[in-house]
Write a new protein. Structure first.
Length: 394
């Protein structure tokens, strides 16, 4: 498959976006979107994998709602100055690897995952049925209404909405912000894309869709946002409370501890599914450094509060010097679950990619699934012919 074919796929995707969204017509999408954003390939998996993903997501969300689960973290939440704002998190994702038997292994939970809206449009552009047939992007707006209701706030036609990030127009997925903005405006909402540092200067949003990766709002520059969130003046989604409850990597460590789910009095079938799908995870500290080092070849190490693949290392290839540096940071060591691989035949020869599955959800509902094809150690958008891909469940 040559570069001309890749360019054709990108052009078709951009044409689909411009046809569906007026706000995207006059933007130089060819320059903004990576050539490796959309893979020309698709991933085919058994339908049972889709059901398994839905089951895991539903069980985890129901667990997050349990009083005994929430009570477990009250002291930690008080220390962090966090209280439950009532709402949850739109456009979350659960990222999985698959083992050799097509069993899902949860690698990470994200409260502000990108590419959900663009992923929906990718399926349309490729004319491939959506994995969840009754999902549409209008559901995101309905989720926002649910978020507002959960916080006891009124929903009205000219509701003020802000989509925020740092330097949003410079983000690689900026077209997704434009797409969301147009969807929100179509409902009559006063929606704007704003740098989080410019919030509240001349616009006081009632709802904020947060794509900034300062998960706990600790940067002094987000001080006004944090204060309004703590005071309940705005509905922030995702927010620090929800990140703590389900997406902080420390939760993966907690969930993988022996007996954790027994303490929550979960049904046996649900407990067994979670125990089999959550890899064993460990804190990395001075106290257990030698033990983790001795186990390193079976582990994958990454920062607890970073995003993407920043400073992520396969234990088998990490140097002691780098490992000693990680000890100084908040680091998680996770049982190494090799990414599944898929090989495609092409006139130019065969090509093998690793991939993971990104499963988007709101509360306990699975909404969309995409694959991310890559070569190398971690997911990236630099692999020729890699990138986001549609998944066909048969």
């Amino acid at each position: 498959m040559n570069s001309e074919c890749v360019s054709k796929i990108k052009a078709e995707f951009i044409a689909e976006l411009r046809l569906a969204y007026n706000d995207l017509k006059n933007h130089p999408l060819e320059d903004i979107l990576s050539d490796n954003l959309i893979s020309p390939f698709d991933v085919q998996l058994p339908a049972a994998v889709l059901k398994q993903a839905q089951d895991i997501i539903s069980i985890l969300f129901n667990m997050r709602e349990k009083k005994n689960y929430q009570a477990r973290y009250q002291d930690f939440l008080i220390k962090k100055g966090l209280k439950d704002p009532g709402n949850k998190s739109i456009a979350m994702s659960y990222d999985f690897h698959l083992d050799e038997n097509h069993n899902l292994k949860l690698i990470e939970v994200n409260t502000n995952a990108g590419f959900m809206a663009l992923g929906h449009e990718m399926y349309k552009a490729k004319k491939i049925p959506l994995p969840v047939s009754d999902f549409s992007l209008n559901e995101i707006a309905e989720n926002i209404e649910s978020e507002m209701s959960l916080q006891g706030k009124s929903i009205h036609k000219d509701m003020k909405i802000a989509i925020i990030d740092k330097n949003p127009s410079e983000q690689g997925l900026y077209p997704e912000f434009l797409l969301y903005n147009e969807i929100f405006k179509s409902r009559g909402w006063n929606s704007r894309i704003i740098d989080y540092r410019d919030l509240f200067k001349d616009f006081d949003p009632e709802f904020i869709y947060n794509r900034h990766t300062d998960f706990y709002l600790t940067d002094p520059e987000v001080g006004p946002l944090r204060q309004k969130f703590i005071n309940g003046e705005i509905c922030l989604s995702p927010n620090p409370f929800e990140y703590f409850m389900i997406a902080d990597k420390q939760r993966l460590i907690d969930w993988s501890q022996n007996g954790f789910f027994d303490l929550l009095e979960m049904p046996a079938a649900e407990k067994n599914l979670l125990e089999s799908s959550i890899p064993k995870s460990y804190d990395v500290s001075v106290g257990n450094a030698d033990q983790i080092w001795s186990m390193r070849k079976k582990l994958f190490l990454k920062p607890k509060n970073a995003f993407g693949s920043k400073q992520s290392y396969r234990g088998a290839s990490i140097s002691r010097k780098t490992f000693d540096e990680l000890i100084k940071e908040e680091t998680i060591a996770q049982e190494y679950i090799p990414a599944p691989e898929v090989t495609y035949e092409d006139p130019g020869g065969s090509m093998t990619f690793k991939y993971d599955l990104r499963c988007y959800a709101y509360q306990g509902r699975l909404q969309l699934v995409v694959a991310r094809l890559y070569q190398g150690q971690v997911t990236n958008l630099r692999t020729p012919l890699g990138g986001f891909a549609c998944v066909k469940f048969i």
